[in-house]
Design a protein around this ligand. Structure first.
Ligand code: PEP
Ligand code: CO
Length: 483
């Protein structure tokens, strides 16, 4: 075979954080590690994943980065949501469509309320691994390993031994989920611009139903008007909101907690920077956005070391145990160049603690010069035990933590850029309250989560309506109620 003289490709400059490599985390202490009984098997699986193609492209990751920079600067709002623990079983047409639908409907309400673009990130297509407070639990008098998520072991008590093949399962279930999301968005699934068809029968209070109906009517009116004049709802928003310019389709990004570092490492690739083709950078190509959980964010730990080298935008969960100066040190490590929107701080204190901790965190970040996205996760600090013994969350606590967050940011000259919810598109019964007035006694009717309790479809829409009403009030529209 004769060789053709190839055009020489100019070498690209590798741009990486100082002293960082995709394996540098391995020399640091690690929390929430999984102990695989067969290490050789694990290595074989990881070699396979390393060869599998990227699930997302660097250009998409950069687009999200730019959109999050808009959020950090108050020009867009972030909606992040999905299951606490995604199951391989959810990789199916119905559950994917239901989750997309609720995220899209919520975002439409939020766009209407805030009059700004909404950046949508799903906790989906990879949200399998779960940190646990205890490595073992008691089952029928026997101590067994805790369920660590579908990519580690099974929920069935007889299937708790970590199995490396589940990592390959995680890759293929993520890829299949993303593939279907891309396919239906391309087909116009996001054309949900008929809010007049939305069913509000679940709203028990007549006054609240009337209020939601008013929002829906005004939203319908606005969309009709824009359609008539051929306008794009994204037009006039943030300049870098590069969603296709029609009423019918949108961007949805994928995200998960970056917990299993062996898996994340296998999906970390040196790729040409689409914004600067002379440079190559390290991207995690298994998702668009990863976050560090509250249990694995130690400054000198393996997770922070891994995350500091990524080009992807990243999140950090911030709970009551975070010290203000520790937060700044973390930002200095994770965002050395102080790029707007590189970091999303996802605060999760609990309704009784938000007043105590958030103000000092905001002040510390303000004086550090980092331009972050502040997102409120009003779920994880508000988990309670129901009468039946299951874990639940009360909508009243969720609403209060969120409203306090908004007020505190405003008072300190900051702004809440987004929200982070655990939710599902189905009518499960895991959280108490909301406009459907779900009672504690009804929780076992459809209690399906394998981890934390999620907002159901109706409760998720409640939250969007509440935030939209608040945003509308901020803009000076009178006649709306309190949040
Ligand atoms: C989660 O988001 O599911 C989670 C475990 O959160 P946190 O790290 O904030 O506890
Ligand atoms: Co959770």
């Amino acid at each position: 075979m004769t060789s053709r003289s190839a055009t020489p490709v100019p070498p690209t400059t590798i741009v990486a954080a100082e002293g960082w490599t995709p394996i540098s985390w391995q020399s640091k202490p690690i929390k929430q590690d999984v102990d695989y009984p067969d290490q050789e098997h694990l290595q074989r699986v990881l070699r396979k994943i390393e060869r599998l193609p990227p699930m997302v492209a660097p250009g998409e990751i950069q687009r999200l980065r730019q959109q999050l920079a808009d959020v950090a600067q108050g020009k867009a709002f972030l909606l992040q949501g999905g299951d606490c623990a995604e199951l391989f079983d959810y990789c199916s047409q119905g559950p994917i469509e239901a989750k997309l639908k609720v995220l899209l409907q919520m975002s439409l309400v939020l766009i209407w309320g805030a009059r700004m673009p909404v950046v949508r990130i799903a906790r989906m297509a990879g949200q399998y691994a779960k940190p646990r407070s205890k490595p073992t639990e008691m089952h029928e008098g026997k101590e067994i390993l805790s369920y660590r998520g579908d990519n580690v072991n099974g929920y069935d008590p007889d299937d708790r031994t970590p199995d490396p093949e589940r990592l390959v399962g995680a890759y293929f279930h993520s890829a299949a989920t993303l593939n279907y999301v891309r396919a239906i968005l391309a087909e116009g699934f996001a054309d949900l611009h008929h809010p007049s068809n939305w069913n509000l029968h679940h709203v028990k209070s007549a006054a609240l139903r009337q209020e939601y109906q008013t929002i829906v009517d005004r939203l319908t009116d606005a969309l009709d008007f824009m359609k008539t004049i051929g306008a794009d709802p994204n037009a006039g928003g943030a300049p870098s909101q590069t969603a296709p310019s029609t009423l019918n389709t949108v961007d949805i990004f994928a995200s998960h907690e970056g917990l299993l570092l062996e898996y994340e490492q296998a999906l970390t690739r040196l790729m040409t920077d689409p914004l600067n083709p002379a440079q190559s950078k390290y991207y995690n190509v298994g998702t668009h956005f990863l976050w560090i959980g509250d249990r694995t964010r130690q400054l000198d730990g393996a997770h922070v070391e891994y995350f500091r080298g990524l080009e992807n935008p990243i999140g950090v969960k911030v709970g009551p145990s975070m010290k203000p100066d520790e937060l700044v040190s973390l930002l200095n490590v994770l965002d050395a160049d102080k790029r707007p929107g590189k970091i999303t701080l996802i605060t999760r204190y609990g309704v009784d603690q938000v007043d105590k901790y958030l103000p000092d965190h905001i002040r510390a970040v303000q004086s550090s010069g980092h331009c972050v996205v502040w997102a409120c996760d009003p779920m994880h600090g508000n988990t309670k035990q129901a009468v039946s013994g299951v874990k639940t969350r009360h909508l009243i606590d969720i609403t209060k933590e969120l409203s306090q967050c908004i007020r505190i940011h405003k008072r300190l000259g900051s702004h809440l850029g987004g929200v982070h919810f655990e939710l599902t598109g189905d009518s499960v019964t895991e959280c108490v309250g909301g406009s459907m007035e779900l009672r504690d006694a009804e929780l076992l009717d459809r209690y399906e989560t394998h981890c934390d309790p999620r907002l159901n479809y109706e409760q998720a829409l409640d939250m969007a309506f509440l935030i939209a009403k608040y945003q509308e009030k901020q803009r000076g529209y009178s006649g709306v109620m309190s949040l």
